[in-house]
Design a binder for this molecule. Sequence first.
Ligand SMILES: [Zn+2]
Length: 328
Amino acid sequence: MQSVDDIQLLSPSPSQPCEESGNSSEELYTPKVKNEVIPKMSQEFKSLEYVFMYYNNYAFKAGFTPPKMIITDQDPAMTRKTDKHLPNTFHKYCIRHIVSKFSEKIGALAYKEHYEQLKKCTWNSESPKEFDATWAYIVGKSNLSTHQWLQSMYEIHARWVLAYTRHIFSVHMTSSQRAEISHAFFKMYLSDNNSMYEFVTRFERALARLRHNELDSNHKDINEKPVLKTSWLMEKKMSELYTLHSFKKFQEEIFQIGGYVLTILHEDERRRVWKVHREEMEGSRGRVVSVDKSSNRVSCSCQMFEFDGIPCRHLLAYLSLIQIKGTP
Ligand SMILES: [Zn+2]
């Protein structure tokens, strides 16, 4: 029989790690669920599988759906626990963390000669095909194709290379400081020694804290109105839809569109394809904006909208060109 030893799900004591991340005077979010659904202290179960089903039922009713994605720096404990217990959560590795290891792993000379290309390849490839081809070309010409560490990183490329992970909406948590903060945040709650119960309950505490922070941000979003910088109706509408943080990013994209020009690359019965590039930048590779004629669906090769939920400057430049100044 399995027993729940640690069931203080949402009311951690002052000595528990949750308290380290916030103001002790703040109130935690407490789910409203029936008592029989809540796991009890010393409750016994037939099997671990049944425990997990019980927890999932509780989590579902309490409003804690598993996250679509978690970003870590290849932490082995996190990898094992999330892969096993959160099978529908995409476990992504921090690209910045991996790229930062190149200097110690591939040798000083190879680093000096090939680092910039490798970094550009992992960050800027727009498609898996482009990444695979560019990576193979770089490691081939630099005699690094048999390098053990590079090979091991290539084997897990689907977890960290942007061309493979960009399609998952992640509010721009890629590799940046926010990802590291997120990882550090969850690490406060998790360790390799956690039992499944501890993992689940600690993870839930982490989510409760995030939920609380989210409510705090919502309060600011409702009470603080951003300053509009253009006469676009779209900007006004987005200021009502986005959070303050997202709206500032959207404004930055709008600000940039004046520097971009569009030229038609290809057109057939099904779609029209535009190249969007910076006017003053010689050799700018630009981005490709594709318009589906039957649905009017517009997409950009940078995939910022899919990844970040914010239309990129390339899409906005296109919309500006065709004078759609309302909300897309
Ligand atoms: Zn774009």
